[in-house]
Design a protein. Structure first.
Length: 165
């Protein structure tokens, strides 16, 4: 009888641990908004939104150009026959020293969220509409770490909402 009870407890514990992971699979790992504007205007607004918060853009990645440049080497084409679905696509890397110090002091593994990245792109099939977003940061197992990481998500969210207005 005791063995059966231990087996049931173990089974329920395994199920309880598996449920949050399964539920997480149904959630988006990113947040994105759309804005009807030129890509150049949205890009300038993004740069300004970052700089006006006292941060420096560390790097701008030209993902659209990279996809065009490398598509023949990897044999990748879209359904429309083009090398990339993007008319233009970039990502901006930046960081807030204040927030990052706080986040990393809660859990050294939170270094994984640095630098922060916001992407923007315009699809060839949707000209004049720019998508802007970010990968949602994950705060790890502790409530303290998740609360600290929430600061990063709040910052990223405020930036993209400002730019998408």
């Amino acid at each position: 009888m005791r063995t059966i009870i231990h087996a049931l407890i173990a089974a329920f514990a395994a199920l309880a641990l598996a449920l949050p992971a399964a539920a997480a699979d149904t959630q988006l790992g990113y947040t994105a908004l759309k804005k009807k504007a030129s890509f150049e205007d949205v890009e300038a607004d993004l740069r300004d939104a970052i700089i006006n918060r006292g941060m420096k853009v560390d790097y701008v990645g030209h993902i659209g150009k990279m996809l065009e440049r490398t598509s023949s080497a990897v044999g990748s084409v879209t359904e429309e026959g083009s090398k990339s679905p993007y008319k233009e696509a970039k990502y901006f890397q930046f960081c807030s020293a204040k927030i990052t110090h706080d986040v990393i002091s809660k859990n050294p593994l939170n270094i994984s969220i640095c630098p922060y990245v916001i992407f923007l792109f315009e699809l060839k099939t949707e000209p004049g509409v720019v998508h802007i977003g970010y990968r949602r940061p994950f705060g790890g197992p502790s409530a303290i770490s998740r609360k600290a990481i929430a600061q990063v998500e709040t910052l990223l969210s405020k930036i993209i909402h400002e730019v998408a207005r």
